[in-house]
Design a protein around this ligand. Structure first.
Ligand SMILES: *[C@@H]1O[C@H](CO)[C@@H](O)[C@H](O)[C@H]1NC(C)=O
Ligand SMILES: *[C@@H]1O[C@H](CO)[C@@H](O)[C@H](O)[C@H]1NC(C)=O
Ligand SMILES: *[C@@H]1O[C@H](CO)[C@@H](O)[C@H](O)[C@H]1NC(C)=O
Ligand SMILES: *[C@@H]1O[C@H](CO)[C@@H](O)[C@H](O)[C@H]1NC(C)=O
Ligand SMILES: *[C@@H]1O[C@H](CO)[C@@H](O)[C@H](O)[C@H]1NC(C)=O
Length: 336
């Protein structure tokens, strides 16, 4: 009996906590389970196999992943909502993640940026919690970790690792809250994404550009960042000093707003960059910035195509401006 009371308290605590926010160490009822080398009937050894087991219908489904490193690419395309939870003791911090999905595929090998993605989301209403997603290829060419084509998609306390083109925010409404995003060349990029980034840490692992917005017309797309940090990644290559920028315009209508950013990565004083010399692409872009802090920022010398926003101008760029006024109906606001 002495031993029973504390364990009952633990079970009640765990249950209540799981019910209020993300499950973490116990699979939610009805979840399909992924576990390394499992011998339990009905469980799966890979996330791809678990996804393939789900019915192609409109029902809401859940997958729970036990700790481990899974070497695979995963493609999600089912119709109904899907929530994926990585086992963790701390659902609100990527730093405590215990689940990693990884692959080493380049865009050249796969045939496209999208096809090289370690995790490819081509479905609406997907939520992913506490999963590390890596493209381990490293420098040299495009090699995507996350390829995102869904709407109302949320990535929460995940970590994305790549070097060139880590996070492909390609199409659809999507939020990135409390993640880690690492890369160097154009490492957050896409053409038509409507994306909001809040409370993330971006780790710069070499000379390059945090964003490369590929927006091609004056459409509703934008990348809005609020309250993020940009740091030098622990394993950054030498020679990064003075060679990092908030972004450069892949598309002629690139639109990126950084609000309340703490910058400790070794940025160039210009903070923002043209696409390339003699192919600048700056005439129709919007690169907005408000309340950046950090020693490099204090000393900045911005080009004319970057816009320093006033408080009232900055107030127009919000999660609602980025992903739509219905955001509260699909975003897990406990991660804001
Ligand atoms: C799973 O099995 C493989 C092959 O036997 C082994 O190399 C690997 O370490 C195992 N993984 C875990 C997490 O036990
Ligand atoms: C990735 O794959 C390439 C071959 O395509 C290989 O040369 C390289 O060593 C691999 N890198 C890692 C980190 O596995
Ligand atoms: C980076 O520079 C340090 C010190 O200057 C040196 O020890 C290290 O080998 C260099 N690393 C690379 C990858 O060149
Ligand atoms: C500026 O950004 C910092 C860091 O994100 C934040 O603490 C501070 O409140 C912001 N100031 C204003 C005026 O928004
Ligand atoms: C894009 O459209 C908005 C109105 O929706 C307008 O204010 C803005 O000037 C346009 N930008 C460009 C580059 O045409």
């Amino acid at each position: 009996m002495k031993a029973f009371l504390p364990s009952l308290a633990f079970v009640l605590f765990t249950f209540c906590h799981a019910a209020s926010a993300a499950p973490h160490t116990i699979a939610p009822a009805g979840a399909v389970i992924v576990r390394p080398n499992t011998t339990v009937a009905g469980e799966y050894e890979s996330l791809a196999a678990a996804v393939a087991s789900l019915p192609e219908d409109k029902s809401a489904r859940t997958i729970f992943i036990y700790p481990g490193t899974y070497n695979e690419q995963v493609y999600i395309s089912r119709t109904g909502p899907l929530s994926i939870y990585g086992y963790t003791h701390d659902p609100y911090s990527y730093a405590a993640n215990l689940v990693t999905i990884q692959a080493n595929v380049t865009a050249a090998q796969a045939g496209s940026n999208d096809a090289s993605g370690t995790l490819r989301i081509h479905a609406d209403d997907v939520r992913v919690y506490n999963v590390n997603v890596k493209n381990t290829h490293g420098p040299g060419t495009q090699a995507i970790a996350l390829s995102q084509y869904g709407s109302r998609v949320g990535l929460y306390a995940c970590a994305f690792y790549g070097y060139q083109d880590t996070l492909y925010a390609s199409v659809g409404t999507q939020v990135y809250l409390r993640n880690y995003i690492q890369g160097a060349t154009d490492f957050i990029f896409g053409r038509s994404g409507l994306a909001f980034f809040g409370g993330n840490t971006m780790g710069v692992s070499g000379p390059g550009w945090v964003t490369a917005s590929g927006r091609q017309s004056n459409d509703s797309g934008s990348y809005v960042f609020d309250n993020n940090k940009i740091i030098l990644a622990p394993d950054a290559v030498n020679g990064t000093e003075g060679k990092v920028y908030f972004g450069r315009p892949w598309g002629a209508f690139a639109k990126v707003i950084f609000k309340n950013t703490v910058v400790t990565a070794p940025f160039n004083k210009a903070l923002w960059s043209v696409w390339n010399t003699n192919d600048e692409r700056t005439s129709d872009i919007f690169f907005g910035e408000y309340n950046s802090t950090g020693s490099v920022v204090t000393d900045a010398s911005r080009p004319s195509f970057a816009t320093l926003l006033s408080e009232s101008e900055a107030a127009k760029y919000t999660i609602a401006s980025a992903v739509g006024s219905d955001w509260a109906s699909w975003v897990d606001a406990s991660y804001l």
